[in-house]
Design a protein around this ligand. Sequence first.
Ligand code: ADP
Ligand code: MG
Length: 464
Amino acid sequence: MRRYSIQTKIVLPFLLLFACVTIFVPLLTVELFAWKYSEQFTRETQGWLNTIVETGFIREDSDKVKKAYSVEIMIFGSDYTLNHSTLIGLSDAEQDWENLAKKMRLSEVKKHFQKADETPMTHDVTLAGKPYKVFYLSLPPERFYCLLRPMEKIAEAKRTLTWYMLGIAVLVMALIAFISYRIGKNLTNPIKVLVDSTARVATGDLDEQCEIKTHDEIGELAAAFNQMTRDLKEFRDQLIQAERLATAGKMAASFAHEIRNPLSSMRMLAQMLMQKPEMLGEKHQRSIRYILEEIERIDTIVKGLMEFARPSSLDLKQQPIAPVLQAVLALMEANLAHHKIQLVLNLSRETPEIQFDSDKLKQVFMNVVLNAMEAMPQGGVLQVSTFTENNSVCIKVEDTGVGIPGADVEHLFEPFFTRKTRGTGLGLANVKRILEEHGGDVEIESALGEGTEVLLWLPVAASA
Ligand code: ADP
Ligand code: MG
């Protein structure tokens, strides 16, 4: 089946409807007018005929009548022969009396008058190449008086009027076609944009946003569509992230297992060697210290991996968060001072007690503070504050460090994403996972070269 566009569906019915109105109504009007006019015309002419016959002018002064009324007069005898005529220029055929009588339909007229019918008798006849309307009157001694009114001008006027009407109809139709085309276009353009957007989204491009600025139903549809696409993208990204985390977790678990045992053996052997410094030269001692340092580093990574992979069970307790934060900061105090980092604490007294696993939260907070510290190699200010908003407690950690490039922002929570030569890329992945396990979330805002702000959210009513 043929598919019509919405525009065609709008334009076509309009056009058909108006075509009917603009063509048929004027034509009908012309016809109606002609019919009414003809009635009036007949009555008027019949009156003339009666008067002319009564006054006798029709016989004696038919030329005067012709001039006065602009009509032609013909008088026929009872045998249908033409007695008198003002009409000149009859063709040869028309001059033959039988032919003429037939054309004038005299036998029919005779029957009409014999029935003593009072209604006026008229016929349309073409004589000498011109149309006439003939009005008849029969008077003794059996004569037929015919008055012929030329119809040429009236027919011409009717034709002209009809053409005018048709011309106006065509103009109106063109105008309506144009207007309905514009209306159709206005309505369907936003729909087309929406359809194109949908097609692009269908091919998997979830960054597509439909640009429609109208404030009608289509605008609402576009807004809903955009929202839907954004949600879809977010959902897809979350799914990818979750899948990645799951895979990374499995890998991490098996890696950590395999590495830890040989690592402890290596550490033990190195430590044993270090216990006999007299057997080693200065150079060898330095090498073994270096080996031990590197083993520690690998161990940190492995611990991070295990932490990440461990199926966690939370040990939730209703408690205040400030002591946990203070404990971590106390541990790091010396380190912060060493890096010339000034600590500003802004812990709100109104922060309610909430349910959380204090070990896990320590781990989270430590990771974030460590990141802040590492972002300020030349020193700076570390500000830690807490506040409550929307039924959640927020721990805000701000630094005046190097900041994060825009392109990195969306990868921060991916496992193994790091910009540090000695980083594991597991810190923030762990932070996010632990907070999500608590029913909370983490947000990071950063300005390159100015600093970074990490918001750790925990719900007041824990949903573990
Ligand atoms: P790691 O610290 O091992 O690199 P994280 O997951 O803790 O792994 O951090 C990932 C990356 O995020 C870091 O390498 C760093 O580029 C960036 N980052 C995190 N916190 C900050 C911060 N406070 N300032 C600047 N960059 C940061
Ligand atoms: Mg880190």
